[in-house]
Write a protein that binds this ligand. Structure first.
Ligand code: PA5
Length: 273
């Protein structure tokens, strides 16, 4: 699927999206919610939906309990809600919909969820997202990272591009069934960096866009990947996919199969939506 992302982005670019104004908040879980985190580097999203004029809910399945709960709360507060989804319960609620094609794993459908959001909030960046996709270059970055991650636990750090750090962590967890973590700069400089006195089993990576990011990298002797703008982000998101699938192959894991996440979803659903 990651090979095919130029096709998925082209498909996503055909979708019509609603116009919007004012304060926007955006949320979702896992491979859906991360599109909001990544976009927040380029658009100042409102954290607390109380202060939002428009609430964007992202759920590929449309059946994620936590996401449905927040949508119902937003509707009860009289908010305008826009859902990016392939259907499910979410599409039956009184929300405006951007309906995308279903049938993929949410994490592989990233272009179908991310591009509509970019089109809504930063239409000027759509071209950069599409141009950033480059399977050959993304694989080269992934192969290089894999050679260092092997036998270690990767930890991804960032400030502005925290969504990118989160995406690498998620991809490795879900596709390779392998531990990975992420942390926010500058917060980690006030606690986590001390842990590196005994951190030989970790492989820290900093997505750097500022001098403070570089300081963090020096403190923990991290690999630095410099990021400047949407084109880099787009390429690195694709690299995260390749890295996680390569690691899955080495771990003997099937990237498409999930066991604990569906079980967790079932148990949370039983608690109530
Ligand atoms: O990638 C995945 O499969 C998960 O992280 C899902 O995205 C997460 O469970 C949320 O589901 P959905 O994207 O359908 O809302």
């Amino acid at each position: 699927m990651y090979e095919d992302w130029d096709r998925l982005y082209a498909e996503a670019n055909l979708l019509n999206v609603p116009r919007m104004e004012g304060e926007i908040s955006c949320f979702g879980m896992g491979g859906s919610g991360v599109v909001c985190d990544i976009l927040s580097a380029f658009y100042p999203l409102v954290k607390d939906m109380k202060f939002a004029d428009v609430v964007i809910a992202v759920s590929y399945s449309g059946n994620t309990t936590e996401t449905l709960q927040v949508v119902r709360r937003a509707l009860s507060m009289g908010k305008r809600v826009i859902a990016i989804t392939s259907g499910g319960i979410l599409s039956t609620l009184p929300v405006e919909k951007v309906l995308v094609r279903g049938g993929e794993q949410p994490r592989y459908a990233f272009p179908l969820l991310f591009l509509p959001l970019v089109k809504m909030l930063r239409p000027d960046l759509v071209r950069e997202v599409i141009d950033g996709v480059n399977a050959m270059e993304a694989k080269r970055v992934a192969e290089d990272l894999l050679s260092h991650v092997r036998g270690k636990i990767p930890v991804f750090y960032a400030s502005t591009y925290l969504g990118l750090a989160k995406r690498f962590k998620q991809e490795i967890n879900e596709n390779a069934k392998y531990p990975a973590f992420f942390g926010e700069i500058p917060e980690v400089n006030h606690n986590e960096v001390e842990g590196y006195a005994h951190g030989d089993s970790l492989y820290p990576v900093v997505f750097s866009s500022s001098e403070v990011d570089e300081v963090t990298a020096r403190l923990v002797n991290a690999r630095v990947i410099r990021v400047s703008g949407m084109r880099d982000v787009s390429l690195l998101i694709q690299s995260a996919g390749f890295l996680s699938v390569m690691l899955a192959r080495e771990m003997g894991e099937d990237p498409t199969k999930l066991t604990r996440i569906p079980e967790g979803r079932r148990l949370v659903e039983r608690i109530g939506g």
